[in-house]
Design a protein around this ligand. Structure first.
Ligand SMILES: [Zn+2]
Ligand SMILES: [Zn+2]
Length: 269
């Protein structure tokens, strides 16, 4: 009977000793999947890996060369910050914020980020209301208004503002080819890819983001996949507003070069 407390104490010591080990392994797996390499980390999406929160909207952290760019901000700042925290991303590490378009599921989380880190430059379509731009500036952040396609940082381009909604996509010039990050693709994913290739004269290697194909028929979706392949697109990572039917078809069409999206997913090249 006297041994019982000793056994319990021994078990407790063992359990306590292993807890930090498990924690460390988890965080290492999430943060250093591709240590030191250029990568895109999905931080806000309609889908999420277990442990993260999903919600309607999109945001991705782009680590490219020496830049840390937050592409869009999702719809809810608390969800965004919470997912980032779990991924070991410090909001203060963000240098640039690239807003694709005005819709709330892409801009709603901005203010929570600016409260944590106002020391950023925000690239946004010039058609955003003045009140929005003023609010960004009121935090102390810098606003850069975008109209036309251009190189905004070395090897980083914007497609320029495309209509109907007034949306820009982000283009990275990598050694594998172009990487295009899209918000909702309201102008059409094929048009965005064509524009990216026209601006830079290079082929698109990977497209990541919302493809906006919820209402599209199977025939339309297959035609889009074929057009993307003809344009030289090698890999696709459809997120957010792509729709489950389009995701299934893209998975069939691209096979191993289809990458599933969701909060916590990391893609490197
Ligand atoms: Zn939208
Ligand atoms: Zn959207």
């Amino acid at each position: 009977m006297k041994k019982l407390p000793l056994i319990i104490a021994a078990i407790l010591v063992l359990v306590l000793a292993f807890i930090p080990l498990f924690r460390q392994q988890n965080s290492v797996r999430q943060q250093e999947e591709y240590p030191g390499r250029d990568k895109i980390i999905i931080v806000y999406d309609n889908k999420a890996l277990s442990g993260f929160k999903s919600a309607w909207g999109f945001a991705a952290l782009v680590k490219f060369k020496n830049y840390t760019i937050l592409f869009d901000t999702g719809g809810d700042g608390r969800i965004l910050l919470n997912n980032m925290k779990k991924l070991g991303i410090d909001p203060k590490s963000i240098q640039y914020i690239f807003l694709s378009h005005i819709h709330g599921d892409h801009t709603g989380g901005l203010w929570a980020i600016l409260r944590e880190n106002p020391n950023v430059t925000v690239f946004l379509p010039s058609i955003f209301p003045d009140s929005f731009k003023e609010k960004v500036r009121s935090f102390g952040a810098k606003v850069v208004e975008i109209n036309d396609p251009k190189e905004i940082l070395k090897d980083v381009y914007t497609t320029g503002v495309m209509f109907p909604v007034g949306e820009q996509a982000l283009i990275l010039k990598t050694s594998k080819g172009l990487i295009v990050v899209t918000g909702c693709s309201h102008p059409g994913i094929v048009k965005i890819v064509e524009r990216a290739e026209n601006i830079t004269g290079e082929n698109v290697y990977l497209v990541v983001g919302g493809f906006h194909l919820f209402g599209a028929s199977e025939r339309e979706i297959r035609a889009i996949a074929t057009s993307l392949k003809k344009l030289g697109v090698q890999k696709v990572m459809p997120c957010h507003c792509t729709g489950s039917r389009a995701e299934r078809i893209f998975a069939e069409e691209f096979g191993e070069d289809y990458v599933e999206c969701g909060v916590g997913k990391v893609i490197s090249w």
